[in-house]
Write a protein that binds this ligand. Structure first.
Ligand SMILES: NC(=O)c1ccc[n+]([C@@H]2O[C@H](COP(=O)([O-])OP(=O)(O)OC[C@H]3O[C@@H](n4cnc5c(N)ncnc54)[C@H](OP(=O)(O)O)[C@@H]3O)[C@@H](O)[C@H]2O)c1
Length: 320
């Protein structure tokens, strides 16, 4: 396993507090994985991947019927809302492993209290979706959750991901489709675009195979690109010119607010792009390849695989 920038963290990672056994428990039954955020950008491909591998999956969602439309009858479904602790017990009962995330509109306390509940009922392994560089930002909600998890008896793996390429198909798709431009205030800053499908594949691996407990992986794409270079990738793949708008941060914020994003999320996006402008988001690592045994997907592969979505007119179904 790599050290230093390669991703496995000593004092910054989870505590070495549990055996890292294979994905079956003492009764010989395969372990059940409770997936929070199962309908989200990472959770959706994670659920599909676990199901393909024959792993028992429990989909935790505020809207089980909507999720059933997406995944069909194979996984179990449970109504789960971090803001409603009365939904936690049913979600956790009989769950052995946990994919945990911090939903954008939730509080840190709800996630840490839920983790404590998971520990109490015997969840022994968890993967937590965090953010690249979290270990250097003690006030970041994700880091506060990591620190809490490291103090529990759950053997955790922290998945510290860089900016998802899927932000381009979910949040920024409309401007690409309607105006042929990527509309983000990132200046000349570079990003190590990560494909969320790779994050999901790493999550599936660390939750079902041994050797990953009490570690932190820094998950990035293979290259750092600025948004002019990213726009060039779009132009090549889509065979039409796509530009990079680079609006001012106030102009970006106003436009996103008018599109219907909440003020909190708009502020979060502006903060993210400010970090990009400062050159703090371009680090690349080999951790995806270390875990999966293949390189991380490129931005070109992402645009290729989603080309129809960037050609089609109309709104993204999941974003304002
Ligand atoms: N976007 C990026 O570039 C990026 C990069 C690194 C890390 N991250 C981190 O990734 C996390 C988000 O993951 P994602 O992008 O896969 O998710 P997402 O697409 O933003 O979807 C949010 C998920 O959270 C669930 N959720 C929302 N409120 C909930 C609540 N009160 N209780 C339980 N579940 C709730 C939703 O499930 P239902 O609606 O089905 O209940 C949904 O599945 C965030 O912590 C973010 O900071 C994002």
């Amino acid at each position: 396993m790599p050290d230093g920038d390669g991703g496995v963290r000593g004092s910054d990672g989870p505590a070495d507090n549990s055996a890292d056994g294979p994905a079956d428990d003492s009764d010989g039954e395969p372990d059940r994985v409770l997936v929070t955020g199962a309908t989200g950008t990472v959770g959706e491909p994670l659920v599909r991947r676990l199901l393909e591998d024959g792993t028992p999956v429990r989909v935790a969602t505020r809207d089980p019927e909507r999720a059933r439309d997406e995944f069909g009858d194979v996984p179990e479904y449970v109504e789960f809302d971090l803001g409603r602790p009365e939904t936690w017990g049913t979600a956790l009962a009989g769950s052995d492993r946990l994919f945990l995330l911090f939903p954008p509109e939730s509080g840190v306390g709800a996630v840490t209290e839920f983790a404590d509940a998971a520990e109490r009922v015997g969840v022994d392994r968890a993967a937590f979706l965090s953010i690249l560089g979290a270990e250097k930002l003690p006030v970041l909600p994700h880091r506060r959750i990591e620190t809490h998890l490291a103090g529990t008896g759950i053997a955790c793996t922290f998945l510290r991901a860089s900016w998802f390429a899927q932000n381009l198909s979910e949040i920024h798709r409309r401007e690409i489709v309607d105006r042929d431009e990527i509309f983000v205030p990132a200046g000349d800053g570079v990003l190590s675009f990560t494909d969320a499908r790779d994050v999901a594949a790493v999550a599936a691996t660390v939750l079902t195979e041994s050797g990953h407990a009490d570690r932190a992986y820094d998950l990035t794409g293979p290259a750092a690109l600025d948004f002019r270079e990213a726009a060039d990738v779009f132009s090549d793949v889509l065979d039409r010119p796509i530009g990079y708008a680079d609006p001012s941060r106030p102009a970006f914020g106003l436009a996103m607010y008018r599109r219907g994003f909440s003020p909190g999320f708009v502020a979060f996006m502006i903060a993210e792009y400010s970090l990009v402008r400062l050159g703090l988001s371009g680090r690349t690592t080999d951790d995806v390849e270390t875990v999966l045994g293949r390189p991380s997907r490129t931005l070109r592969e992402f645009v290729d695989d989603h080309a129809d979505a960037f050609r089609a007119a109309g709104d993204s179904p999941s974003r304002p």
